[in-house]
Design a protein around this ligand. Structure first.
Ligand SMILES: Nc1ncnc2c1ncn2[C@@H]1O[C@H](COP(=O)(O)OP(=O)(O)OP(=O)(O)O)[C@@H](O)[C@H]1O
Length: 233
């Protein structure tokens, strides 16, 4: 349903991604895994039209996204949760969720505020608080919940576990598993193999802007050479 073929991406003159291809099928959780600076965020931003892509193809549900502006890509049903967890700090949690609302989409799960409060009970308790007063982990949850309010057909999650305490990471794992239960596909970017292995079906390993491995999560876990070469710190 989301297919990227041989894209090349740049920041100014700097050639960051070369020949990156990957795909995401309905109901799948796929991880793009690699070290700091490997090109994970650039791949996700390329899909969202936020980075200059000079060649290749990015298709979603049969439509070509290459060259489209970010707002059009978002409206086509790709939900993007950036690394920086942007919330509207002065709005309450409930208002943040309302701000993410988009019409329902054929073939995509439909979310209401109450569904999201069921999925994120700690946000429900704090629904009338200003989002700026939440912890980093709660802001990450709110960003995911607000993205779901857009009734996306797939989600791009950029390093959701980064900088969060293990207990919060566990909550995020549970949420990802529940989203998976709704058959909503997720492309996850991650450095942490342990976190990735708990939620993902398949993996792509990226290093200096090139895909170095693709396979099932089990194949990656069994391939010590790839792990050693591209993932060990
Ligand atoms: N705005 C930018 N301008 C120029 N170069 C950039 C910019 N953003 C990232 N880069 C470079 O692009 C390369 C890939 O960065 P990217 O952010 O995609 O890495 P990443 O795999 O997501 O890692 P991280 O965990 O650090 O976010 C790095 O060499 C980085 O220095």
């Amino acid at each position: 349903m989301l297919t990227i073929e041989k894209i090349h991406s740049y920041y100014g003159q700097a050639h960051i991604l070369s020949d990156v291809s990957l795909s995401l099928s309905p109901g799948e959780i796929v991880v793009l895994i690699g070290r700091n600076g490997a090109g994970k965020s650039t791949t996700i931003k390329s899909i969202m039209g936020m980075v200059k892509v000079t060649q290749g193809s990015i298709r979603f549900g049969g439509d070509e996204l290459f060259g489209e502006p970010p707002y059009r890509i978002a409206r086509r049903g790709i939900g993007y949760v950036p690394e920086e967890r942007r919330v509207f700090a002065r709005l309450t949690i409930q208002e943040n969720l309302e701000a993410g609302r988009q019409p329902p989409r054929d073939g995509a799960p439909r979310w209401q505020v109450d569904d999201l409060f069921d999925l994120f009970p700690n946000l429900a308790e704090a629904r009338h608080r200003a989002a700026g007063t939440l912890s980093g982990g709660e802001q990450q949850m709110l960003t995911i919940a607000r993205t779901l309010m857009g009734n996306p057909g797939c989600i791009l999650l950029d390093e959701p576990s980064e900088g969060l305490a293990p207990v919060v990471v566990e909550q995020i794992i549970k949420v990802i598993q529940q989203i998976k239960g709704q058959s909503l596909p997720i492309l996850l970017s991650e450095q942490n193999l342990y976190f990735a292995s708990l939620v993902s079906d398949r993996a792509y390993v990226i290093e200096t802007g090139r895909i170095r491995f693709s396979g099932t999560m089990r194949e990656l876990e069994e391939n010590a050479e790839i792990r050693q070469q591209y993932l060990a710190v």
